[in-house]
Design a protein around this ligand. Sequence first.
Ligand code: COA
Length: 148
Amino acid sequence: MSAFSQPLIRRIEERDFERVSEITNYHFPHVRVTPSKILKRLSKGFDYFVVVVDGVVAGFADFKLMERKVKLMGLAVDPEFRQMGIGSALLAKICEVAVREGKSAAYLQVKQSNPPAIKLYQRNGFVITREVEKGAESFYVMSKSLET
Ligand SMILES: CC(C)(COP(=O)(O)OP(=O)(O)OC[C@H]1O[C@@H](n2cnc3c(N)ncnc32)[C@H](O)[C@@H]1OP(=O)(O)O)[C@@H](O)C(=O)NCCC(=O)NCCS
């Protein structure tokens, strides 16, 4: 993190919607996110954290607190801000919130064709629990216990 000041993780605000849409659509073009879709997701119980480095939103993660667990929906860090621990910091933040809310585990789906993300999750305590096929794409379901 030496070239940058410490990143700040905070809940998404309306002024971030455009930038989070841009980052999402760059990494997950099939999703086609817009600021109004983010607003709609927030009203449906999805939540977002953004990471701000030197005033710039460098990445985000969105998640949903389910009845007993937290589901990580998406996570993306802009290429110029990678390998600095931002992805790990976002995961830690979401797990921290989930623990505070009494959730027992965190889980997510990741494409089997995405080794950097799988490695990130494994380094942060997630393990592969099963495989899911969706059309031509294969996913791993990965989860992490939040119980002490
Ligand atoms: C996957 C992704 C979110 C990782 O984000 P990131 O901010 O680079 O993640 P981190 O920096 O926390 O960890 C990545 C690596 O940096 C290392 N790292 C962590 N802190 C570090 C530091 N201070 N200095 C150097 N390296 C560090 C980690 O150990 C990890 O190393 P590894 O590649 O050997 O496992 C990012 O690559 C991304 O946005 N990819 C595209 C979107 C995507 O695939 N999202 C996941 C969909 S499920």
